[in-house]
Design a protein around this ligand. Structure first.
Ligand code: KG4
Ligand code: ZN
Length: 356
């Protein structure tokens, strides 16, 4: 059953990893502003996010980013009904910047504060600017930090069906891209190489299925297989692991074939488990969110799956696939209209809720 839309104006703040973001969301569905400051240039040299650098950059940027979000939405603080922030999961020092800022703002203006879950919000990004969803739904979150399948009987009623037991899909894409010598952050680069080269996935890499009836994922095996495919079989020599060749020796055509093969293996695992989740739940809608949903092969495969099963697929626009604050505003709206508020004692947590 669809909830009646209630008019709300919510400022949401995101600082869980390496994006400082703020958004103003109206009525839980319309994005009045969506400002994102990426820190990629600060972490590039290290090949990954450095927590201490990330939290310091959030601290410098959060004030101006919130100002810009209000300005672009054409509103003042008086127009707000609530302030929300992503409270989990993420880097604790980074999360604390956004959460403390949001709580201080809420307290000083006498507004309700809502601390929302970042991973669950990735799924609700599919509600932005769209008609109401037919529940129940299966939700697939694929990001740099998380790979989860949920059953949803409403926007806030989630049951975790499965999750990765090791690497997240985005993390695996990033690591494989590094092995191929592609620039950071590598997921989109690997996708681009596979797509633009038109290379066939000729190298057989393992498609992780865990147990046949399990809805969990594992991507460490395909990552190791990729390493061996690039550098040959390792051997021990004088107490050290030595590979047959270096990643730099890869011919461009071989690099493209390996990129296509890796993308194929990861996407196949995601699609097979999503299909199993749809079969076991009888869901009418498939919600997909998180940075990896920008992957073109995954988008095509999910579209084909939805057509084959006659269900509605909700994939957010690219801007709402990657980390953003607008998706947090949607979750905060759903909670606010149900009378939910969080106390100012609420604090950040590095892990997500595991409601299995
Ligand atoms: O959701 P997100 O912005 O941040 C997290 O919550 O982690 O996801 C970022 C992840 C990164 O690992 C990035 O490499 C991956 O999404 N990603 C992609 C693509 N675009 C972003 N992975 C594969 N193909 C893409 N096109
Ligand atoms: Zn995310």
């Amino acid at each position: 059953m669809n909830e009646p839309r209630q008019p709300t104006c919510i400022l949401a703040i995101e600082s869980s990893c390496d994006e400082t973001a703020a958004a103003v969301v109206r009525d839980g569905r319309r994005v009045a502003s969506n400002v994102i400051a990426s820190q990629h240039e600060l972490h590039e040299a290290y090949g990954g996010v450095v927590p201490e650098i990330a939290s310091r950059a959030h601290l410098e940027r959060i004030g101006p980013i919130v100002d810009r979000a209000l300005l672009e939405a054409g509103i003042d603080l008086e127009d707000l009904d609530a302030v929300a922030a992503g409270v989990r999961p993420g880097l604790i020092g980074s999360l604390l910047v956004g959460v403390s800022f949001a709580k201080a703002l809420a307290w000083s203006r006498g507004l309700p504060f809502l601390g929302v879950d970042h991973v669950e919000s990735h799924l609700l990004a599919g509600l932005i600017d769209r008609p109401e969803v037919a529940w129940p739904a299966v939700g697939l979150v694929v990001s740099g930090g998380h790979t989860c399948l949920y059953e949803l009987s409403g926007p806030l009623d989630l049951r975790l069906l499965g999750a990765t037991i090791d690497d997240a899909a985005g993390e695996a894409f990033d690591k494989a891209a590094t092995m191929l010598g592609l620039p950071y952050p590598g997921g989109p680069e690997l996708d681009r190489l596979a797509e633009d080269s038109g290379a066939e996935p000729e190298v057989e890499l393992p498609i992780s299925l865990m147990r046949r009836d399990s809805l969990d994922f594992s991507f460490s095996g395909v990552k190791t297989a990729m390493l061996y495919a690039i550098r040959g079989t390792p051997r021990r020599e004088g107490g050290r692991t030595v590979f047959e060749r270096s990643g730099e020796d890869l011919a461009p055509e071989r690099r493209a074939v390996l990129a296509a093969s890796f993308r194929h293996a990861v996407v196949a695992a995601l699609v097979r488990k999503t299909t199993l989740a749809l079969e076991t739940t009888g869901a009418r809608t498939l919600l997909a969110g998180g940075g990896v949903v920008a992957n073109r092969l995954l988008r095509r495969e999910l579209e084909a799956l939805a057509v084959a099963r006659g269900l509605e697929l909700r994939m957010p626009e690219m801007a709402y696939c990657m980390d953003n604050a607008a998706m947090l505003g949607v979750t905060a709206h759903e909670r606010l209209v149900r009378g939910q508020r969080d106390p100012l004692e609420t604090t950040a947590s590095p892990t997500t809720r595991r409601a299995r």
